[in-house]
Design a protein around this ligand. Structure first.
Ligand code: GLC
Length: 606
């Protein structure tokens, strides 16, 4: 039975915590001292917005945060619809006894991807290929502005995972397998997302989340705890040397840039779920690394520790998880934690530590202070942001083969045939976490420019551009000077992208063959979230470039093809020659000892 305090049992009220001139620590202590146990526990709950049975529960339980999981859009999926939804929830939280506002979080891992029309930047693997710290910071700032325009205060990004096996469905969410580069870009992303809001100009900061702590990307094939997956949510070998040399440095550098939250992953460290590891969370993250923000668990991960919700809740909170992404049942969570405190299974000091960390982040973000949000709604999908995305796309392009310096295309090129499943498909360019969790397949994203459209615009009147998705052209057109095949992967998210065979589809191979029959030279452009095994194909191509998952500014690819922008990109991770080489260690050594097709940081410059 959960004991509710009667009104006269509340501690005496003080409103000092509302004084924005006071140091954060003072505000936190003033507020914490007057919170009841239930109000403290409520702050530790993160709920998926569709799981709030009564919106008044946000007030009654003093809930700490809500999220939209991938695709968790409002009915009216527009900027106005998001503003109404998020403001609605936040306003209710402000009517609680102490008026503690919620955090509202989304996965803005390549822009505010939930909203049709928002700027979709390249997924992180493309940003990793740019190696450009300043660019990544600017992309993060633009992302923050589009989030703030819809009153969202939290993004579950940047990802700092270290991809070692391209069969994993989340390689495209990572920057690189080089911890030094991941640290630099992760820190830049935190600065852009969270720290650089110009003060008092109505553009509040957005809480950054370093994820997935720790060892994600190092899981072994076939160890997934999810029966539908093969490697995502799998087990990372508990190698202490790799922990300190490979996995921790990016977190350390990004924590030093001021990140205020860390998300623990759904993978295991050896045979221990990360959310259950007091060693990794309390001793290493909060101890060795000195992390002062709050730790949030991922999705339903806490309850996958043993399957006993009460025992798992106690284990995770005692291991150092401060906020639990439930994401469904907050009533059971509040009751379980209250029972654990009353029985001594969880100490009240652990609760106070968790709530201090959460409240500190909320005060530092300015959530208690009435910052007049002056970010105009037109910011979402603005031309300025689209041009930034276009710059990022061009800089992310990696040229792997270029016989006779075919690229950039000569201005005398007269006829160009374009083919391929990803040539006129902004949904494939964008990849997942775009409008829907698993992404959308097709030209259904407003403000999106397909790679084909970019080529058509760039060629202008200088060359005839003819498109056929399957690479079949009418014979009277004769031979094209150049055939461009834009092929690659359909959108996927998380374990749904795990595959034993990361390679081109038979359909794409046939398209390239068709095109080759009617083109004097063939350029292949890969729209892909990861390196693909193309060892036996590449000798038939005159040029090969990787666009990764470029997002809505497909014209950035035409910019490099026609020489408007220089080709500067470099592979952010090794490109395997075969599956037998996987996993590939970050020193480049392959499992079977054979040489990779292209080493990390390879990229022809033009
Ligand atoms: C997912 C992902 C995590 C994401 C979270 C919220 O399961 O693992 O990266 O931030 O849930 O959508």
């Amino acid at each position: 039975m959960f004991v509710y305090l009667s009104v006269n049992q509340f501690p005496p009220y003080s409103d000092r915590y509302r004084d924005s001139s006071l140091p954060t620590a003072e505000r936190v202590e003033d507020l914490l001292a007057q919170m009841t146990l239930q109000e403290k526990i409520g702050q530790m709950a993160l709920i998926e917005k569709n799981s709030i049975s009564e919106t008044d529960d946000i007030r009654a339980y003093g809930l700490g945060a809500l999220l939209s999981g991938g695709g968790g859009n409002p009915e009216n999926n527009t900027v106005a619809g998001w503003q109404t939804m998020v403001n609605g929830f936040t306003d209710i939280s402000r009517t609680s006894r102490l008026g503690i506002p919620i955090l509202y979080g989304v996965d803005a891992n390549h822009g505010h991807g939930n909203i049709p029309g928002a700027t979709i930047f390249p997924h992180f693997i493309g940003l990793g290929a740019t190696g450009d710290v300043d660019l990544v910071e600017r992309v993060a700032r633009a992302t923050a502005e589009e989030l703030v325009a819809t009153n969202i205060s939290w993004s579950f990004s940047p990802t700092l995972d270290m991809p070692q096996d391209i069969r994993w469905g989340r390689v495209y969410e990572t920057f690189s397998d080089d911890p030094a580069l991941v640290g630099r870009l992760g820190a830049a992303y935190v600065r852009g997302l969270q720290n650089n809001a110009p003060k008092n100009t109505g553009t509040p900061s957005v809480l950054a989340t370093l994820k997935h702590y720790v060892g994600a990307g190092g899981m072994q094939w076939g160890t997934s705890s999810n029966e539908d997956f093969s490697i995502d949510q799998g087990a990372t070998p508990a190698d202490i040397a790799l922990l300190h040399d490979l996995y921790l440095p990016p977190f350390q550098e990004s924590i030093q840039s001021g990140a205020l939250s860390v998300m623990v992953g759904l993978n295991s460290w050896g045979d221990t779920k990360i959310a259950a590891s007091s060693y990794l969370i309390q001793d290493v993250l909060k101890g060795e690394l000195g992390f002062k923000g709050f730790v949030v668990s991922d999705w339903y991960g806490v309850y996958e520790i043993s399957g006993n919700t009460y025992a798992d809740t106690v284990t995770a909170v005692n291991a150092g998880v401060d906020m639990v992404m439930l994401p469904y049942n907050y009533k059971t969570f509040v009751r379980n934690v209250a029972t654990a405190v009353q029985t001594g299974a969880i100490s009240e000091s652990r609760i106070d530590d968790a709530v201090r960390r959460i409240l500190s982040a909320k005060f530092k973000l300015g959530l208690f202070d009435e910052i007049q949000n002056q970010v105009p709604t037109e910011t979402v999908g603005s031309d300025e942001h689209h041009q930034l995305a276009r710059e990022a796309v061009a800089k992310s392009f990696v040229l792997l083969k270029n016989d006779e310096n075919l690229l950039p295309l000569s201005p005398t090129t007269q006829s160009i045939f374009v083919a391929g499943s990803a040539a006129d498909n902004v949904g494939r360019q964008a990849g997942a976490w775009t409008v829907e969790w698993q992404g959308v397949d097709g030209n259904v994203i407003p403000n999106g420019v397909s790679i084909l459209a970019g080529i058509q615009n760039a060629a202008g009147g200088n060359a005839d551009i003819t498109f056929n998705e399957n690479g079949v052209f009418s014979p009277e057109l004769g031979m094209a000077d150049v055939g461009i095949a834009v092929v690659g992967e359909k959108p996927y998210a998380e374990g749904w992208g795990d595959t034993a065979e990361p390679t081109l589809s038979q359909e794409d191979r046939e398209t390239i063959q068709n095109l080759s029959k009617v083109s004097k030279k063939v350029v292949v452009i890969l729209v892909t979230g990861r390196p693909l095994v193309i060892t036996d194909d590449i000798q038939n191509w005159d040029a090969l470039g990787v666009a990764w998952l470029p997002g809505s500014a497909g014209e950035g690819i035409a910019d490099v093809l026609f020489g408007t922008a220089k080709i500067t990109g470099a592979l952010p991770l090794p490109w395997p020659a075969s599956i037998q080489q996987l996993p590939i260690a970050t020193d480049g050594s392959t499992r079977d000892g054979s040489p990779v097709l292209f080493e990390r940081y390879f990229g022809l410059k033009r």
